[in-house]
Design a protein around this ligand. Structure first.
Ligand code: B12
Ligand code: SF4
Length: 474
């Protein structure tokens, strides 16, 4: 089989309302096409009705969020494109796709929440012969879960490993010896400036749309850097830094050159006419003033509206004003908890509350629309501590809120803390839950019970907005 003839089928297990094209698929697909693999298609489950029978499949997250005041109401409607779900169920559509496309290889990009969904998809094609490859953040931190279920488990970055694996498979060889293929060590963090622009053509056109501020916008994501230099204990990003240091002695946190970002931006504008960019960089603004100015000069040529996220400690008045001028329509600031000591000890974030209050003031003065991010129901959190989050949120005067229920993901220090404390079972694999399904944690008093976590999650926005009004009127 010649290299170009290898038939590659992507599986992106997902649910409707978990929207935005996955950057991991977009970049690996670009790397594969650059290597000559054009016989490649994607099955994206996003545009199929969810499987209501399945306990691991829960509906309409954005609507659940709008119920709790975290997301404005909207309609999936645009004049220029039909944004309707397929009528066929996703498993039948998947099986049909596999039988019709006849892939040599199926590659899946999986996060922990979509693991059970992926298993369901795989169970529908047990009688079909193909080489099964998985990768993504969950495969990186829990490769053992896939043992015996697939042919290749890729840990860490797939950008170089997958084209190399496909070359070997094309030549009729195996790739069990190469870097990143479990159980081998990962290869050193790659030079991100050698990456091609992401491939968004692999996606169904509908997948480039998502709700934002009550409207449906056409969006793509870009990375300005890979990784994050901070160490929040609920997050996978610091673990990437850890495994890359440990296994390869290389730094996972890398900045992309402004030139390579510009190439990608032009490509996205020309090929897809996108309306809004999501700079998915973990912590935008981890850069010097010189780097920021260089980026801003480049971006000022395009002024494509964008949103991004950063930490309260990093936003300066100069940056806030510049970002506003360049088209920033939303700045997400991760506050995460309202008690400085708890934030330091459990969350892994060290800053004083005044810093957060000041960051939101800076953003407001520059005319930036803000969203504050909080997590509710951390291990060892009490109701009293949770009320500190309400108190701090009330002082931020943010435009919007993202409150999440704490989730114990594999590969994060807080999951280990939960397992050690007996708050979750060591074998727990989190599933795609609805926001009504509650916390995974079973904590004894005086820590928050499941009911208390659910109550605070349901009422967080109401409680802090009431408190905010009381502060303003006093
Ligand atoms: C943008 C984003 C989204 C987008 C796109 C999702 C996606 N799958 O990319 C949207 C808004 C849809 C989304 C939704 C959700 N997300 Co999200 N999201 C992110 C975010 C901020 C950036 C992802 C990104 O583009 N990274 C850059 C790319 C290049 O990196 P990457 O995706 O990891 O891919 C690299 C490697 O993992 C690997 N790889 C990836 N796929 C594959 C496949 C193969 C075959 C191979 C070999 C390698 C490989 O190679 C890639 C290139 O090096 C991350 C945080 C983060 N820093 O990663 C969270 C993150 C991925 N999301 C997360 C979660 C929980 C969710 C949701 C479950 C939220 C929800 N409850 O609805 C859903 C799940 C949807 C889904 N099917 O993935 C978690 C996953 C946690 C975990 N340990 O599993 C993360 C890590 C955030 C966190 N909490 O730490 N998300
Ligand atoms: S700043 Fe953001 S990306 Fe970095 S470790 Fe903390 S939560 Fe993760």
């Amino acid at each position: 089989m010649s290299q170009k003839n290898l038939r590659i089928l992507w599986l992106y297990p997902n649910q409707h309302m978990r929207v935005t094209p996955p950057g991991g698929v977009a970049i690996i697909s670009a790397c594969l096409k650059r290597a000559g693999y054009n016989n490649m298609e994607l099955f994206d489950a996003t545009w199929y009705p969810i499987d209501k029978e399945d306990v691991h499949a829960r509906p309409d997250r954005d609507r659940e969020r709008s119920k709790r005041g975290m997301f404005p109401e909207y309609k999936w409607e645009r004049d220029d494109i039909k944004l309707e779900l397929e009528e066929i169920d996703m498993y039948t559509a998947w099986r049909n796709k596999v039988l019709e496309f006849k892939p040599d290889v199926i590659i899946s990009s999986i996060v922990e929440d979509t693991y059970y969904l992926w298993k369901n998809f795989m169970s529908k094609i047990e009688d079909v012969n193909f080489i099964n490859v998985v990768g993504g953040v969950f495969a990186t931190y829990a490769p053992q879960v896939f043992d015996g279920q697939v042919d290749y488990i890729c840990r860490g970055e797939g950008d170089e490993a997958i084209p190399e694996l496909m070359d070997l498979i094309s030549e009729g060889k195996t790739g069990h010896h190469i870097g990143n293929i479990h159980p081998n060590p990962i290869r050193p963090a790659m030079d991100v400036n050698k990456l091609p622009p992401t491939d968004h053509q692999i996606f169904d056109e509908r997948s480039l749309y998502r709700p934002f501020q009550g409207k449906i916008i056409k969006i793509a994501t870009v990375e300005t850097q890979r990784g994050c230099p901070y160490k929040c204990k609920f997050c996978n990003s610091p673990s990437n830094a850890g495994i890359y240091k440990e296994e390869t002695n290389s730094a996972f946190f890398r900045k992309r050159s402004v030139e390579s970002q510009e190439r990608e931006l032009v490509d996205l504008i020309e090929k897809h006419n996108i309306e809004v960019l999501w700079i998915v960089t973990d912590t935008f603004l981890t850069m010097s003033k010189r780097e920021f100015d260089k980026w801003a000069t480049m971006y000022s040529k395009y002024k494509l509206p964008f949103f991004t996220q950063t930490r309260p400690e990093l936003l300066t008045p100069y940056q806030a004003r510049t970002l506003k001028e360049l088209g920033c329509i939303k700045m997400n600031l991760g506050v995460e908890h309202g008690d400085p000591q708890f934030r330091k000890d459990v969350v892994g974030r060290i800053y004083h509350n005044d810093v957060a209050i000041e960051a939101f003031r800076i953003a407001r003065e520059a005319g930036l629309s803000t969203t504050c991010n909080f997590i509710i129901g951390y291990p060892y959190e009490t109701m009293e501590l949770c009320m500190k989050s309400v108190e701090l949120a009330a002082q931020l005067h943010c435009d919007d809120t993202n409150a999440f229920m704490y989730t114990p993901y594999h590969g994060t220090p807080l999951r280990d803390m939960c397992v050690d404390a007996g708050f979750v079972d060591k074998d727990l694999i989190v599933e795609m839950r609805s926001d009504d399904q509650g916390s995974y944690l079973n904590m004894p008093p005086p820590y928050m019970s499941k009911e208390e976590i659910q109550y605070m999650f349901n009422n967080f926005v109401r409680l802090f907005r009431e408190r905010e009004r009381a502060i303003v009127s006093s």
